[in-house]
Ligand binder design. Structure first.
Ligand code: PAN
Ligand code: ZN
Length: 196
Protein backbone atom coordinates (compact mmCIF):
# COMPACT_ATOMS: atom_id res chain seq x y z
CA UNK A 1 0.00 0.00 0.00
CA UNK A 2 2.37 2.67 -1.28
CA UNK A 3 0.17 5.70 -1.27
CA UNK A 4 -1.21 5.93 2.24
CA UNK A 5 0.36 8.30 4.74
CA UNK A 6 2.16 6.61 7.59
CA UNK A 7 4.00 7.48 10.76
CA UNK A 8 6.52 5.60 12.82
CA UNK A 9 8.36 5.89 16.11
CA UNK A 10 12.07 5.92 16.80
CA UNK A 11 13.34 4.34 19.99
CA UNK A 12 16.21 6.28 21.54
CA UNK A 13 19.03 5.79 22.27
CA UNK A 14 18.90 2.66 20.07
CA UNK A 15 17.85 4.65 17.00
CA UNK A 16 15.67 1.80 15.82
CA UNK A 17 12.42 2.79 14.06
CA UNK A 18 9.40 0.50 14.44
CA UNK A 19 8.89 0.55 10.70
CA UNK A 20 11.50 0.11 7.95
CA UNK A 21 12.04 -1.75 4.68
CA UNK A 22 15.77 -2.24 4.80
CA UNK A 23 18.32 -2.70 7.58
CA UNK A 24 22.00 -2.49 6.63
CA UNK A 25 24.81 -3.34 9.03
CA UNK A 26 28.16 -2.15 7.73
CA UNK A 27 31.16 -3.97 9.18
CA UNK A 28 34.74 -2.76 9.22
CA UNK A 29 35.96 -5.01 6.39
CA UNK A 30 33.32 -3.55 4.06
CA UNK A 31 35.24 -0.27 4.34
CA UNK A 32 38.62 -1.44 3.14
CA UNK A 33 40.88 1.43 2.16
CA UNK A 34 38.85 4.17 3.85
CA UNK A 35 40.56 4.29 7.25
CA UNK A 36 44.08 5.68 7.23
CA UNK A 37 45.80 3.43 9.79
CA UNK A 38 46.17 0.12 7.95
CA UNK A 39 47.72 -1.73 10.91
CA UNK A 40 44.91 -0.67 13.24
CA UNK A 41 42.38 -1.62 10.56
CA UNK A 42 43.82 -5.12 10.16
CA UNK A 43 44.10 -5.71 13.91
CA UNK A 44 40.48 -4.70 14.43
CA UNK A 45 39.28 -6.72 11.43
CA UNK A 46 40.99 -9.80 12.84
CA UNK A 47 39.58 -9.31 16.33
CA UNK A 48 35.85 -9.32 15.69
CA UNK A 49 35.32 -7.15 12.60
CA UNK A 50 32.87 -4.83 14.42
CA UNK A 51 29.73 -3.27 13.00
CA UNK A 52 30.70 0.36 12.33
CA UNK A 53 27.24 1.69 11.43
CA UNK A 54 23.67 0.68 10.66
CA UNK A 55 20.97 2.14 8.45
CA UNK A 56 17.21 1.60 8.77
CA UNK A 57 15.59 2.85 5.61
CA UNK A 58 12.07 3.29 4.28
CA UNK A 59 12.55 2.83 0.57
CA UNK A 60 10.05 4.54 -1.71
CA UNK A 61 9.42 4.00 -5.45
CA UNK A 62 12.33 5.48 -7.42
CA UNK A 63 10.31 8.25 -9.00
CA UNK A 64 10.67 12.02 -8.95
CA UNK A 65 8.59 13.36 -6.07
CA UNK A 66 9.16 10.45 -3.68
CA UNK A 67 11.46 10.78 -0.66
CA UNK A 68 13.46 7.95 0.86
CA UNK A 69 14.02 8.40 4.56
CA UNK A 70 15.39 6.60 7.57
CA UNK A 71 17.82 6.45 10.44
CA UNK A 72 21.58 6.27 10.35
CA UNK A 73 23.27 4.92 13.48
CA UNK A 74 27.05 5.27 13.62
CA UNK A 75 28.55 3.43 16.58
CA UNK A 76 31.27 4.93 18.77
CA UNK A 77 34.85 3.84 18.28
CA UNK A 78 38.08 4.54 16.45
CA UNK A 79 40.37 2.81 14.00
CA UNK A 80 43.72 4.07 15.25
CA UNK A 81 43.03 7.78 15.82
CA UNK A 82 40.24 7.97 13.24
CA UNK A 83 36.64 7.92 14.39
CA UNK A 84 34.06 5.42 13.14
CA UNK A 85 32.25 6.86 10.12
CA UNK A 86 30.03 5.96 7.20
CA UNK A 87 31.44 5.03 3.79
CA UNK A 88 30.15 8.28 2.33
CA UNK A 89 28.97 8.88 -1.21
CA UNK A 90 27.93 11.28 -3.92
CA UNK A 91 24.39 10.89 -5.16
CA UNK A 92 24.41 9.17 -8.54
CA UNK A 93 22.23 12.02 -9.72
CA UNK A 94 24.61 14.69 -8.51
CA UNK A 95 21.89 17.36 -8.47
CA UNK A 96 20.03 15.69 -5.59
CA UNK A 97 20.15 17.14 -2.07
CA UNK A 98 19.59 15.59 1.36
CA UNK A 99 18.38 16.75 4.77
CA UNK A 100 19.71 15.38 8.08
CA UNK A 101 18.36 15.90 11.58
CA UNK A 102 20.48 14.77 14.50
CA UNK A 103 18.60 12.88 17.21
CA UNK A 104 21.37 11.59 19.45
CA UNK A 105 25.09 11.71 20.07
CA UNK A 106 27.79 13.95 18.73
CA UNK A 107 29.55 13.99 15.44
CA UNK A 108 30.54 15.75 12.26
CA UNK A 109 29.35 15.62 8.68
CA UNK A 110 32.26 15.80 6.22
CA UNK A 111 31.31 17.06 2.78
CA UNK A 112 32.96 17.94 -0.50
CA UNK A 113 32.12 18.75 -4.10
CA UNK A 114 33.72 17.43 -7.28
CA UNK A 115 35.04 20.97 -7.79
CA UNK A 116 37.17 20.78 -4.62
CA UNK A 117 35.17 22.69 -2.03
CA UNK A 118 34.91 21.00 1.36
CA UNK A 119 32.95 21.58 4.56
CA UNK A 120 32.60 20.05 8.01
CA UNK A 121 29.44 20.66 10.07
CA UNK A 122 28.66 19.66 13.64
CA UNK A 123 25.93 17.16 14.41
CA UNK A 124 24.31 17.12 17.83
CA UNK A 125 20.73 16.53 18.98
CA UNK A 126 18.34 19.11 17.59
CA UNK A 127 20.67 20.23 14.81
CA UNK A 128 19.46 20.21 11.21
CA UNK A 129 21.93 19.88 8.35
CA UNK A 130 21.16 20.56 4.71
CA UNK A 131 23.43 18.84 2.20
CA UNK A 132 22.98 20.68 -1.10
CA UNK A 133 23.11 19.03 -4.52
CA UNK A 134 26.66 18.02 -5.62
CA UNK A 135 28.04 17.52 -2.09
CA UNK A 136 29.37 14.09 -1.11
CA UNK A 137 28.63 13.37 2.56
CA UNK A 138 29.97 11.14 5.33
CA UNK A 139 28.90 11.14 9.00
CA UNK A 140 31.53 10.68 11.69
CA UNK A 141 30.80 9.75 15.32
CA UNK A 142 33.15 11.81 17.51
CA UNK A 143 31.49 10.74 20.76
CA UNK A 144 33.23 8.63 23.40
CA UNK A 145 30.60 5.93 23.84
CA UNK A 146 27.17 6.96 22.48
CA UNK A 147 25.82 6.21 19.02
CA UNK A 148 25.44 9.08 16.56
CA UNK A 149 21.84 8.90 15.35
CA UNK A 150 20.51 10.99 12.47
CA UNK A 151 17.25 11.06 10.57
CA UNK A 152 17.75 11.61 6.84
CA UNK A 153 15.61 12.16 3.78
CA UNK A 154 16.55 12.49 0.13
CA UNK A 155 14.85 12.16 -3.27
CA UNK A 156 14.07 8.53 -4.07
CA UNK A 157 15.55 8.90 -7.56
CA UNK A 158 18.94 10.16 -6.26
CA UNK A 159 20.83 6.85 -6.33
CA UNK A 160 24.26 6.36 -4.72
CA UNK A 161 27.74 6.65 -6.19
CA UNK A 162 30.09 4.92 -3.73
CA UNK A 163 32.80 4.20 -6.28
CA UNK A 164 34.19 7.73 -6.50
CA UNK A 165 34.83 7.91 -2.75
CA UNK A 166 36.16 4.32 -2.69
CA UNK A 167 38.70 5.30 -5.33
CA UNK A 168 39.78 8.74 -4.16
CA UNK A 169 38.58 9.10 -0.53
CA UNK A 170 37.46 12.38 1.03
CA UNK A 171 39.86 15.31 1.03
CA UNK A 172 39.55 15.63 4.80
CA UNK A 173 39.71 12.98 7.53
CA UNK A 174 38.51 13.40 11.11
CA UNK A 175 40.97 12.19 13.73
CA UNK A 176 41.30 12.56 17.47
CA UNK A 177 44.17 14.82 18.46
CA UNK A 178 44.84 15.53 22.16
CA UNK A 179 41.33 14.34 22.96
CA UNK A 180 39.54 16.51 20.37
CA UNK A 181 38.32 15.84 16.84
CA UNK A 182 40.19 17.72 14.12
CA UNK A 183 39.97 17.70 10.32
CA UNK A 184 43.26 16.88 8.61
CA UNK A 185 44.25 16.52 4.97
CA UNK A 186 43.87 12.97 3.71
CA UNK A 187 47.37 12.02 2.54
CA UNK A 188 45.86 9.31 0.34
CA UNK A 189 43.36 11.57 -1.39
CA UNK A 190 43.73 11.28 -5.15
CA UNK A 191 42.71 13.52 -7.98
CA UNK A 192 39.70 12.12 -9.83
CA UNK A 193 40.73 10.16 -12.90
CA UNK A 194 41.06 12.28 -15.99
CA UNK A 195 41.84 15.49 -14.09
CA UNK A 196 45.33 17.00 -14.40
C1 PAN B 1 22.16 8.12 4.12
C2 PAN B 1 23.38 7.21 4.17
C3 PAN B 1 23.67 6.54 5.50
C4 PAN B 1 24.85 5.57 5.41
O1 PAN B 1 21.02 7.36 4.12
O2 PAN B 1 23.19 6.24 3.18
O3 PAN B 1 23.97 7.53 6.44
O4 PAN B 1 25.96 6.11 4.76
P1 PAN B 1 26.54 5.46 3.41
O5 PAN B 1 25.40 5.35 2.44
O6 PAN B 1 27.57 6.42 2.96
O7 PAN B 1 27.08 4.12 3.73
C5 PAN B 1 22.29 8.90 2.82
O8 PAN B 1 23.06 9.82 2.73
N1 PAN B 1 21.53 8.51 1.79
O9 PAN B 1 21.59 9.12 0.61
ZN1 ZN C 1 23.08 10.58 0.63
Amino acid sequence: MYNRPYAFNVALPQGRPDRFDRHVQRRLTEMTGQFLDQDAFEAMAASGNPVIYEVYELVRPQTAGELNHGLSVVHAGKVGDEYFMTKGHFHARLERAELYYCLWGEGLMVMETPEGEWAVEELRPGRVLYVPPRWAHRSVNTGKSEDLITLFTYPADAGHDYGTIERQGFRKLIIEYTGQPIAVDNPRWRLPEGKP
